[in-house]
Design a protein around this ligand. Structure first.
Ligand code: OKP
Ligand code: ZN
Length: 347
């Protein structure tokens, strides 16, 4: 199985120091070590064929994100890049946010709290890292279009919280959406998001789209991030009505329950009759994950993979979250192996 790796240096250049969580500053969970853990495990797997990504085009990004947003992200990140250790400003973090009651800016300090929906910082390396991640997903989509049955995009930061014109939840560019948009030129696409958190950005990008079905299984937003999206009554809009399916789950869910819910939801995906599958995979559903509350064990991941493989679709797998750094390599290996063995879809 081909593994497309985002540029190692670019991803390592994005390394925020801390996150404000639960009223405290904690070490930033979304770190370059996540990439290293998965990379070193796959590097040792005989079946994994590690490749570098081709660059992404402006057009691929513009097909998913607003132009003004892309310009903001690039220039905010470049501004920090120019002064890597001048003074204290190595990260740009909003402390005031746009509110439905307030004005619609957008310039200067106002723009960071307008485009951002939480305190995710912009660093000098954020734009190059996000660009490299988008490039990996785009390359994976291209490989699937040229006949590969399943290709994995290894990258960070994650992307599924990034909307057409919003960043947040460690995400800046939505790489799963870049892959899905590219594939959708050739046929209907299903995006299945199995990260612990709801993929609000991906949902928003395809909410009106009848060519892309979005399914997300995640912790109920009543108690979990991102709080303002991910409820079961969000089912799509206009032409996209009926093409969005959210499955919010309670804290403490274990593998059997999770798999039952997944298999049920995948029946709706099958009824949509897609030509391609994009999987947004997060390993923060793992029992030892420091952010999540679910209790999936290591063996849960090959079981999830088997359920996805049953769709028999050419598949792009995009890396999202997962924060138990030491176990990430193992989890990714166990999840990806079945895709290699089955050699699903066309080939
Ligand atoms: C990204 B992904 C509040 C803490 C918010 C953000 C979690 C982002 C998860 N300050 N934590 O879906 O794994
Ligand atoms: Zn997550």
């Amino acid at each position: 199985m081909i593994v497309v790796c985002s540029d190692a240096e670019a991803q390592a250049g994005h390394a925020p120091e801390q996150e404000f969580a639960g009223g405290q500053l904690i070490p930033y969970p979304e770190s370059p070590a996540r990439y290293a853990s998965i990379h070193s495990s796959l590097d040792e797997a005989a079946w994994a064929d590690l490749r570098t990504a081709d660059p992404v085009d402006d057009g691929d990004l513009a097909a998913v994100h607003d132009q003004a947003y892309l310009k903001f992200l690039q220039s905010a990140s470049a501004g920090l890049m120019r002064w890597p250790r001048g003074g204290t400003a190595t990260e740009l973090t909003a402390s005031v946010f746009a509110h439905p009651d307030g004005r619609r800016p957008v310039q200067g300090r106002a723009s960071v709290g307008y485009y951002g929906f939480d305190t995710t910082p912009i660093t000098g390396g954020a734009w190059p890292a996000a660009l490299a991640a988008a490039a990996a997903a785009r390359t994976a989509a291209e490989l699937v279009l040229s006949g590969q049955s399943a290709v994995y995009s290894l990258a960070r930061p994650p992307g599924h919280h990034a909307g057409p014109a919003t960043f947040g939840g460690y995400c800046y560019l939505n790489h799963a959406a870049v892959a899905a948009r590219r594939l959708s030129a050739q046929g209907r696409v299903a995006v299945v998001d199995i990260d612990y958190h709801h993929g609000n950005g991906t949902q928003q990008i395809f909410y009106d789209d009848d060519n892309v079905f979005f399914l997300s299984l995640h912790a109920d937003p009543v108690f979990e991030y991102p709080c303002y999206w991910g409820y079961a009554d969000e089912t799509g809009h206009n032409a996209g009505a009926g093409c969005n399916l959210n499955v919010p789950l309670p804290a403490g869910v274990e593998a059997p329950w999770y798999l039952t819910e997944l298999r049920r939801a995948l029946q709706s995906v099958a009824r949509f009759d897609p030509c391609f599958l994009v999987v947004s995979v997060g390993f923060d559903t793992y029992v030892r994950d420091p952010l999540g509350t679910f209790r999936l064990d290591v063996d849960g991941y090959p079981a999830i993979a088997e359920a996805l493989i049953e769709l028999c679709l050419p598949t792009v797998i995009v890396q999202e979250g997962g924060y138990h750094v030491d176990d990430l390599g193992l989890l990714a290996t166990r999840f990806l192996e079945p895709f290699d063995h089955h050699n699903v879809g066309r080939s």
